[in-house]
Ligand binder design. Structure first.
Ligand code: PGA
Length: 243
């Protein structure tokens, strides 16, 4: 695992997008795994900048989301599919038809989760972007999630709903469940890039990277993968001993 601590979020975005550019140089039609959440916005801004300057081309890329809320209407602006459309599709050459996610409005969620798991598995993700929750969650795999877990419907932890209420009109409007790629599904990606900013992530980062590998800290599963890059700002890295 490589841990890179950088001074600014913009510098972090440069490092992360350099990784993506390396992948696309070899495989212009690579499958990329996208995360959502506030942290990724800086990364997406850098991707947009490079696509617009023709330093990188997202035209042939396929993108797969980690997760999606259950119960939002198709097209709801808070859904992760819409978030990625706004952040990337509307601003780059990435075609809307090349972005895939689990359908949180499906009638039979179990069937949809299994379908999406198969789609992700068959697509062989080259690089998976990841954030981390303050409680150590990975995608919406909340503490206690099995490392063998596959894509499935999950209940969201209270603190996750609280943290994500900033994207809604308040905590009560945050859905209480989601479909998320499982930890085993995520670990299939060829390489993982975890990004975390801010002091409120420092305990989770410390537990995930230097604590025991345990389902009580889902992001500690990263320690089991052979190709992981972690990009942190100083605040997120402040509890780490080995950096
Ligand atoms: P954030 O979310 O980037 O909005 O902090 C990350 C996560 O919860 O995984």
């Amino acid at each position: 695992m490589r841990i890179l601590v950088v001074e600014t979020r913009e510098a972090a975005a440069v490092v992360v997008v350099d990784r993506i550019a390396d992948v696309l140089r070899v495989h212009p039609a690579a499958a990329l795994g996208l995360a959502t959440g506030g942290t990724m916005q800086t990364i997406y801004d850098e991707l947009v900048r490079r696509d617009q300057l023709d330093l990188l081309d997202l035209q042939d890329v396929c993108c797969f989301l980690l997760d999606e809320y259950v119960g939002l209407d198709a097209g709801d602006s808070a859904s992760y599919l819409e978030t990625v459309r706004r952040a990337l599709v509307n601003r780059t050459r990435l075609p809307a038809t090349s972005v895939f996610g689990p359908d949180g409005s499906a009638v039979v969620l179990d069937v949809e989760a299994r379908r999406y798991d198969q789609q992700v598995t068959q697509s062989r993700i080259s690089l998976q972007l990841l954030g981390i929750g303050q409680n150590g969650h990975l995608a919406f795999n909340e503490p206690g999630s099995s490392f063998q877990s596959r894509t499935r419907q999950v209940d969201l932890a209270d603190e996750t709903r609280r943290a994500n209420s900033r994207f809604f009109t308040g905590k009560r409007s945050v859905p209480s469940s989601a479909i998320t790629q499982g930890i085993a599904t995520i670990l299939q990606a060829e390489q993982l890039v975890l990004v975390a900013f801010g002091a409120d992530k420092s305990d989770a980062v410390k537990a995930a990277l230097e604590g025991p590998v345990s389902s009580s800290v889902p992001a500690s599963a990263l320690q089991l993968h052979s190709h992981v890059t972690v990009v942190l700002d100083e605040d997120a890295a402040r509890e780490l001993q080995n950096r």
